[in-house]
Design a protein around this ligand. Structure first.
Ligand code: ATP
Ligand code: MN
Length: 430
């Protein structure tokens, strides 16, 4: 086979190497001299770091020599980055964490949210902020509210994970040691059921408040919340609702002046009712020139890759297991009415009457084929609506004639529960 290409790169201080790798491919980068970090996670000298399909930046504060093995789609060095500004923000957050640690009965750590339109670097900056906090000994909670490009679990979920070590550039948050708290919405956009989206965020907020109430170190570390890129109209209202529910103290607006102005207007004079009322700060941050716009097709490919990584591991080397069961052995539920009828299809004056939070059973049908189902921790319908999920399976075969279906799960053995939740998320193995 063709031998792997090797290139060498010298970075001056505060420069970064931007590397784009095709989905399904890998590139290895080795730091041979100096210091370097990937979205805030330091890389060790001499050890090859595997970069999976996606867009990466290797930044250096002091200068670095790098060797790249493999064939990226694009690779170039850049000297203009917003990293100094980002590090200054981290410095302010750090002071607030220290204050909260020194006097936990008066002060709380910062609860930060990254907001902005799509493709401004929200997810990347949330990684950078988590990693800088971890490097200083904090254990921030990373929260991801983005159903489309979720950094914690599969798409169509929201969740939280305590970050107790730097985020591995090749594994993402999957490498965090603590099991994440994941809620299943079912769609890769909140638009089909915004009420459920808000409800799940309320549940998440309650769990975070509980954790902070019993763990002073967690409370001082605070949280870093990544949000979705839908910031207009109904999306803006959902965003406000989420910031409010999660008691966000610092709203970091990336890359859009208008959104920054709107949020400043709406948060003027407002406080968060923590240990002591804290004024809400709205910041404006520049977008990195390295952030690349991603097409709908690329986003879909990223979502598919995330589902695949769940079942096969980030390296693609895990063997999921396949099981065939009678329909009667499991219960499949849906929440709400599924995709809503457009109101134009209804008689004038009539509203859709379906309760968006209603949990109902789904009769077996071919519609289950290729569905990614969440395995609920709940057993009653109320619990199914309110509890986090244990994991996911996907349906590879539906046999209506014999009343059986076949699913793939990441591990063999019995499922943690027989109660499954169906949304619109589908995945076809390629
Ligand atoms: P979305 O709205 O889709 O969630 P986002 O605002 O969260 O987007 P990111 O996912 O952080 O944006 O960034 C978009 C893409 O650009 C990602 O693939 C990310 O890895 C890449 N990227 C971010 N910063 C840089 C950089 N400095 N150099 C190269 N690539 C970068
Ligand atoms: Mn994102």
């Amino acid at each position: 086979m063709s031998h792997e290409e090797e290139t060498h790169h010298e970075l001056q201080k505060e420069e970064e190497l931007r590397v784009e790798v095709a989905h399904g491919r890998f590139v290895h980068v080795t730091l041979t001299d100096g210091t370097a970090e990937i979205f805030g996670a330091e890389i060790a000298r001499g050890a090859a770091v595997k970069l999976p399909g996606g867009k990466h930046a290797i930044f250096t504060w002091s200068g670095a020599s790098l060797t790249l093995r493999g064939t990226p789609e694009h690779c170039y060095a850049a000297s203009e980055t917003p990293m100094v500004t980002y590090a200054n923000v981290e410095g302010v957050l750090e002071k607030r964490r220290e204050k909260a640690r020194a006097d936990p009965t008066t002060f709380d750590g910062p609860r930060v949210a990254l907001v902005g339109p799509t493709d401004v670097g929200k997810s990347s900056l949330s990684k950078i902020l988590c990693n800088y906090a971890v490097r200083k000994g904090w254990h921030p909670l990373f929260v991801d509210l983005d159903l489309g490009q979720n950094g914690i679990a599969t798409p169509a979920t929201v969740g939280a994970v305590p970050v107790d070590r730097p985020i591995d550039p090749s594994e993402g948050f999957a490498s965090a040691r603590d099991l994440p708290l994941v809620y299943f919405h079912g769609d890769s956009s909140p638009g089909n059921n915004p009420d459920l989206y808000g409800h799940l965020i309320d549940n998440l907020a309650m769990m975070i408040d509980k954790r902070d109430a019993t763990n002073a170190e967690a409370k001082a570390s605070g949280s870093v919340v990544n949000t979705m890129g839908w910031v207009d109209g109904a999306g803006y209202k959902l965003l406000l609702r989420a910031l409010d529910a999660l008691k966000i103290t610092d709203v970091l607006v990336v890359g859009q002046e208008r959104l920054h102005a709107e949020l400043r207007r709406d948060f003027r004079g407002k406080t968060v009712s923590g240990t002591k009322p804290t004024p809400i700060e709205v910041w404006k941050l520049p977008k990195s020139g390295g952030v690349v716009e991603r097409s709908p097709a690329f986003r879909r490919a990223t979502r598919d890759a995330a589902v695949k990584a769940y079942f096969y591991g980030p390296e693609g080397d895990l063997a999921p297991s396949s099981t065939t069961v009678d329909f009667g052995k499991v219960s499949v539920f849906k929440i709400g009415s599924g995709p809503r009828a457009p109101s134009s299809a209804l008689p004038i004056g009539q509203k859709t009457s379906a309760d968006p939070l209603r949990v109902s059973t789904v009769a077996p049908s071919m519609g289950l084929l290729n569905a990614v189902l969440a395995v609920s921790h709940g057993t009653t319908q109320t619990e199914i609506l309110n509890q986090n999920v244990a994991g996911f399976v996907y349906v590879t075969e539906v046999d209506m004639a014999s009343g059986r279906f076949t699913y793939t799960a990441p591990a063999g053995g019995a499922l943690p529960s027989r109660n499954l939740i169906l949304g619109t998320l589908k995945w076809i193995e390629t």
